[in-house]
Design a protein around this ligand. Structure first.
Ligand code: GAL
Length: 659
């Protein structure tokens, strides 16, 4: 079933207003709302005294109108009585500053009182709503880690971190060994000596730092698990999820999604300046479990609660296009944020479908039109899924390591992963974004951009994938570090060297603007020359062949890019960071063939397949008309017309064909 609706806050409005809202929602073909994530104070105004009737009436009225409810556990903002009794639930920053109540996300996930009170409200809500008609699922809390709150430095975290380290290593000697504490005299002999990496004069020990980031992420995962287990136990008929934040770097979402039936994410497009960045986040979220929803889909002007500024209005057609872009990348539900702009509170400028005055205007009409379209395509979408042949390994361990130590000025691991992803998308292919320990069989090509942290298990999994006929693409900085964030005492790319068939003779980080030139000696880019910067590696071939070499006299004979046949498969190693068109052209040789070739910039093509067949989506992510050549004539599902082979797609237009 395809879900379509909005985030709704009946606690802000009168019963008469709720009634009018429901009528408008029905016209827009809504079948779901999400409610309750900030309403702990309404549910439990005094400790142990629970009030649910204010929400029950809304759930009932919505249900009677055919609209289901996703409830949220409201643990993101405890009521005022909590702080009066338990001042120690507040988070502390690295410099000791305490995060005070008044906004949200200020409580520490390791504070025992916060954990206990959170469990209490979740249990009561679960018991109350387990059998209530209309309730179909739960979102745990809201956007863990939002506003930079994943990492807390309070005394509870200090204690919990020590326990976490003890569990991982068993002895302080093992900790010293893993972190390499002999450097700068950082040895530990007692567990109570282990500190949090707080504000300090120079950079932290990389092993200590990485483990603190893992611990901070695990603290969120643990909080999710407690609620997930409770909800699944008390409400076995309901799904449980959490709203992730796309490319958000601080929480290992692969681990978090172990405690979700499917993930959801909050999509606020147009903030990165590239519509494929939204697709990147869609595909990241989908890849955790194969299915996902967008739980907050932008539907109005954004509004910066801290700066007090109003953002841009969505242009006509954009809200519809964002929704279809979501569905095209696999979303099975779209819930707009929010139904109506708030009259009070820090987000007065953050608009929803309706403005403050509730008058349905252009944005509402667009949401209603889109709702009718989704209703028309619901049967065709049923049971379909995006099933890519390409995967990209996006590792949180490597992200955290390289975020702290990027190696070269201007290098960003996430940016690099996105550029690699973008080059795949530009060929008209979708891409799963997988963890290092994911199963790789079933993929034709795996990209592992700058996969710095590699151990024997990861190396063996990559080797097995290639041996069985897969194509693997590696880029600079691969295999340089152990899982403890130490450097390997091996020639780069360390444990990957055998399958690469080449080693790195010299690493040269470049200052910003500094470049070198490489020329392609083989492959489809033969004789092309391009500039490379940021970081280059001079490669020495063993069994590999050089595809590109440096033009610089000083580096004569050193390869920049290699190709090695290994088992039944092939490994490409890029010792340079390629981007844009060159990267796209280069990757073409390493990728499977798409349904449509040569798609122009701004168009996005995806496929959803299932027992009901194969749907191909063509989404125009620009305001200008674009053309594309389809491989034949097809039935277009939104209009019922026959289209192709030559297809024109209007600005912000969407075409869905049955292939
Ligand atoms: C999200 C959050 C919502 C709302 C929205 C707009 O990050 O989950 O509660 O704040 O952004 O700012």
């Amino acid at each position: 079933m395809f879900y379509y609706g909005a985030c709704y806050y009946p606690e802000h409005w009168t019963a008469a207003q709720v009634e009018k809202d429901i009528a408008l929602m029905q016209k827009a073909r809504f079948n779901v709302v999400r409610m309750g994530e900030f309403a702990w104070t309404k549910f439990e105004p005094e400790q142990g005294r629970y009030r649910f009737e204010w929400l029950d009436s809304a759930i009932k009225a919505l249900h009677e109108a055919g609209i289901s409810t996703v409830l949220c556990t409201p643990t993101c903002i405890p009521p005022q009585w909590v702080y009066a009794k338990h001042a120690d639930v507040l988070q502390e920053k690295a410099d000791g500053t305490v995060q005070h109540p008044g906004s949200r996300c200020h409580c520490c996930k390791n504070a025992p009182a916060y954990q206990m009170l959170s469990e209490g409200i979740v249990r009561e809500m679960a018991k109350h709503y387990a059998k209530m008609e209309g309730v179909i699922g739960w979102q745990v809390d809201n956007e863990f880690g939002c506003h930079g709150t994943t990492r807390c430095f309070c005394d509870h975290c200090k204690k919990a971190f020590r326990e976490w380290v003890r569990e991982r290593y068993g002895s302080t000697d093992a900790v010293n060994e893993a972190w390499g504490t002999s450097f700068w005299g950082f040895d530990f002999h007692q567990w109570y000596e282990i500190p949090l990496p707080r504000t300090m004069p120079a950079g932290p020990n990389p092993g200590h730092w990485l483990d603190f980031l893992r611990f901070s992420s695990d603290s969120q995962v643990g909080f999710q698990k407690i609620q997930y287990d409770l909800l699944k136990d008390l409400c076995p008929g309901h799904f449980v999820t959490h709203n992730c934040m796309g490319c958000f770097p601080d929480i290992d979402y692969y681990r978090l999604s172990d405690y979700m039936d499917f993930p959801v994410w909050d999509n606020y497009p147009n903030q990165a300046g590239d519509p494929l960045y939204e697709s990147y986040a869609h595909e990241i979220t989908r890849s955790f479990k194969g299915h996902y929803w967008v739980m907050e889909e932008r539907s109005g002007t954004t509004g910066d609660a801290s700066a007090g500024l109003m953002g841009e209005q969505p242009e006509p057609g954009e809200i519809r296009r964002w929704a279809w872009q979501s569905s095209a990348n696999g979303a099975d539900g779209i819930v707009y944020f929010r139904w109506r702009a708030c009259l009070t509170g820090a987000e007065q400028y953050w608009h929803g479908i309706l403005d403050h005055d509730s008058k349905p205007r252009r944005r509402y009409r667009e949401v209603r039109q889109t709702g009718k379209e989704f209703a028309r395509l619901a049967a065709a979408l049923e049971g379909t899924q995006v099933v890519p042949k390409v995967a990209l390994i996006r590792s949180f361990d490597t992200l955290w390591s390289l975020e702290r130590q990027p190696g070269a000025v201007g290098f960003s691991y996430d940016r690099h992963c996105f550029e690699m992803y973008r080059a795949v998308k530009r060929q008209g292919l979708s891409c799963d974004m997988v963890s290092m320990d994911a199963r790789l069989d079933g993929y034709v090509t795996v990209l592992a951009p700058s996969l710095s942290l590699v151990d024997e298990t990861v190396a063996a999994s990559l080797a097995a994938f290639v041996r069985q006929g897969g194509t693997l693409v590696l880029t600079p900085q691969s295999g340089a570090r152990t899982m403890s964030n130490a450097m390997w005492d091996l020639p780069r790319p360390g444990l990957l060297a055998e399958m690469v068939g080449a080693t790195v003779e010299e690493v040269r980080p470049y200052h910003q603007g500094q470049t070198n030139e490489i020329s392609f000696a083989r492959g489809s880019l033969i004789a092309q020359v391009c500039a490379v910067g940021t970081w280059v590696e001079l490669l020495e071939c063993d069994t590999a062949e050089a595809l590109a070499e440096y033009r610089d006299e000083a580096f004569k004979g050193k390869a920049a890019i290699t190709r090695n046949e290994f088992g039944e498969g092939v490994v490409y190693y890029l010792g340079v960071y390629l981007s844009g068109h060159i990267l796209e052209s280069f990757l073409r040789d390493a990728l499977p063939r798409p349904f449509v070739e040569g798609i122009s910039e701004g168009l996005e093509i995806t496929e959803r397949t299932g027992e009901n067949g194969r749907l191909v989506f063509v989404v125009n992510n620009t305001a200008e008309r674009k053309s594309v050549t389809l491989p034949g004539e097809f039935e277009e599902l939104l209009t019922g017309e026959t289209v192709g082979p030559n297809l024109k797609v209007s600005g912000n237009g969407v075409v869905v064909v049955r292939a």
